[in-house]
Design a protein around this ligand. Structure first.
Ligand code: PEP
Length: 256
């Protein structure tokens, strides 16, 4: 982490878990433990239906609410979809874009991710853009090339002045929900590569202002080592974000 130039962000991705009633119980437990963290921004990316409850329970705290997806257009005949302006109006600050589960199960490709990044920014939301490789891509040695392509594509419509609002999450797909974490060196290497790609596109000053998270089985035990890497500026945390003590330990591990 390098807190001089960019914000450390620890974001929980609840995925498709927790009803509004369960959200209340989880936040009631979590709130006293994380709401005073001053060294990082804590974000809870909750299911759409839990947003009103989460926003209400966490208003007047430092904890921000995120969504897990948005549609690329602002409104229209797109049954079942939710737009950026709707999320903004509901009190959301961040939105996950291009999570590997959306790429894998819902056919989201880099072109759509790019449209969603622009939709998020134009609605006043900060996109958390997920990039990362499969195990076979890592084994065939294309990780750096693939991640560079994903980053360039996601940023293709983003003006340099808005770059610092974009968050990247390097999430090796083989580490998500598997209990298999990238080593701190692997995480640091790819996060550094992401910053290099941004630097080549836009220059050193904008590149050093971008928060780059690691995600993939981050937990209470491995968080400190991952977050000690210079270019790892936080975590996107799935499973462990549903366990208040573990998530709190990760938030506390970012205070280094
Ligand atoms: C995620 O959902 O983005 C994630 C990293 O999940 P997990 O921490 O469970 O691997």
């Amino acid at each position: 982490m390098n807190r001089r130039y960019r914000k450390t962000i620890i974001a929980g991705n609840w995925k498709m878990n927790k009803t509004p009633a369960e959200t209340r119980a989880l936040i009631d437990e979590l709130k006293p433990m994380v709401s005073k963290a001053k060294w990082c921004e804590v974000v809870l990316c909750v299911p759409f239906v839990d947003i009103p409850m989460a926003v209400r329970l966490l208003k007047d705290t430092r904890v921000a609410i995120g969504a897990q997806n948005l549609h690329q257009l602002d409104s229209g005949a797109y049954t079942g979809e939710v737009s950026g302006p709707m999320l903004k109006n509901a009190g959301v600050k961040y939105v996950v874009v291009g999570h590997s589960e959306r790429r894998q199960y819902f056919g989201e490709d880099d072109a759509l991710v790019s449209e969603k990044v622009q939709a998020a920014l134009s609605a006043g939301l900060r996109p958390i853009v997920c990039v990362g490789e499969t195990l076979s891509q890592r084994e065939s040695g294309v990780t750096m090339e693939l991640v560079a392509y994903q980053v360039k594509s996601a940023l293709s419509g983003v003006p340099v002045a808005r770059l610092r609002e974009v968050v990247f999450a390097y999430e090796p797909i083989w580490a998500i929900g598997t209990g298999r974490t990238a080593t701190a060196e692997q995480a640091g290497e790819v996060c550094n590569h992401i910053r290099t790609v941004i630097r080549k596109m836009h220059g050193a000053r904008p590149a050093r202002s971008v928060t780059i998270q690691y995600g993939g089985s981050m937990n209470a035990e491995n968080a400190a080592e991952l977050l000690a890497q210079l270019d790892v500026d936080g975590g996107l945390v799935g499973g462990a974000s549903l366990k208040p003590k573990d998530f709190t330990a990760i938030v506390n591990a970012s205070n280094q």
